[in-house]
Write a protein that binds this ligand. Sequence first.
Ligand code: NAD
Length: 480
Amino acid sequence: MTTIQSRKMLIDGELVNASNGATLPAENPTTEQVIGDLPDATAEDVDRAVAAARRASPEWSGTPWTQRGRLLRDYADLLDEHRDELAELDALDAGLPVASMRADVTSAANEIRYFAGLAGETKGQTIPSGPDQLTYTEFVPYPVVARIVPFNHPIKFISSKVAAALAAGAPVVAKPGEQSSLSALRLAELVKDLFPVGVLNIITGSGATAGAGLSGHPDVPRVAFTGSVPTGARIMAAGAPTIKHVSLELGGKNPMIVFPDAEAERAAVASVAAMNFARSMGQSCGSSSRVFVHRDVKDRFVNALVKRLSELKVGDPMRDDTDMGPIAFRAHYEKVCSYVEAGIEEGATLAHGGKRPAGLDTGFFIEPTAFTDVTMDMRIAKEEIFGPVVSVLDWDDYDEMIAQANDVEFGLTGNVWTNDISQALRTARHIDSGYISVNGTGKRPTGSPFGGFKSSGLGKESSLDELLSYGRNKSVTVIL
Ligand code: NAD
């Protein structure tokens, strides 16, 4: 059994345990064994981290953007240098296939370099205001940003989602999901001496104490959150008494729409990629979990879908040739399994999977699963499962199908498959979501703004919008 040496949080430039020594266990979802632990930050630890960030603010916000950009590029290089090690930690701790975690580290480093280059956009304007006046705006970074992220892309989120705030000149206190914190703790060791003291603090622990302590902290004016809708709602409420600027990247139940002119087999293979079966066992917010397939091509689509799913190799996430590992942790595994049962009970047809894979008796494994004959009154069509379960719904009336596609609380992504460009653009307009792919798998180029509509969130990330959201514009009028 691999055991990870106990690791510490980064607060105020020091690697520390929780102030009361409390820890949470880190469980390997492949072996179901405890492989290490993580500090369970207390309210006092949160206070220390927030105070450290605030102390670091005057110097960091006054650091020339070119220098901030240089440090961010060094940060990205550090990730690249430690790519394999960090990817292996995520594979052990969260069951995510190691090859896709390497790709996550590379993608995180690219996003950090993007924001390093963008840091100079934290500039102001002059406003024409007459011959005897000068009016200008100045970008004022927030003195501290709380960055709370979920369990599903552990190293990618904890490392890259601090980059925009740091580029903007705002110190950060970051917290990963408690189910997959080991790579964040290794990151804490790696960056300890990179940024000035207090500029980047990484704390670990429960949502109830570390997360809620941060998001409700009176000295934290800016909270950027990625996670579930219920937690997002709690974070908004926690921010209300001190009028925090809150941005939210939340869940999805994303439609993919296949038109009769699309090549059904290609669309089916793309739907497996868009559902992120292989990369993260469907544990991705942008996954296309509801596929609306036109009745004319449904049989061809479903045959190709089942064929592709049966090719996916489920097993040890530490192996390079594994497509799917286990679900990240026990409670989530049980939730995913309960949705499979609900689909069967509600009358959907189980076209593939739904069981523990043969030969994998230990670990939170489930076969890639597809339901057909799904209708919008079923829970599997409405609720976010966040696991390797795709629902196929058929359609022949466009307006009815679009109404169904939009008939969920979420509005994160959408995916359109057709060769008719006008139809594609019309449908992209009609889907009430924040990010649409046409004839793709949902892969996003660096710099493309990402963020949900409806309950899927508030604000846009991975773009200039995100950088600028970590500061305020101050307007100054000078009478000459
Ligand atoms: P979660 O909401 O349970 O937890 C996310 C983070 O919030 C964790 O760090 C957790 O400790 C913390 N937290 C929990 N309670 C808190 C509270 N009261 N106050 C402050 N912080 C608290 O989400 P999860 O289960 O880790 O992640 C899965 C969810 O994240 C899914 O809904 C998924 O769609 C969503 N997600 C969205 C995006 C996006 O970009 N839109 C990306 C990835 C995941």
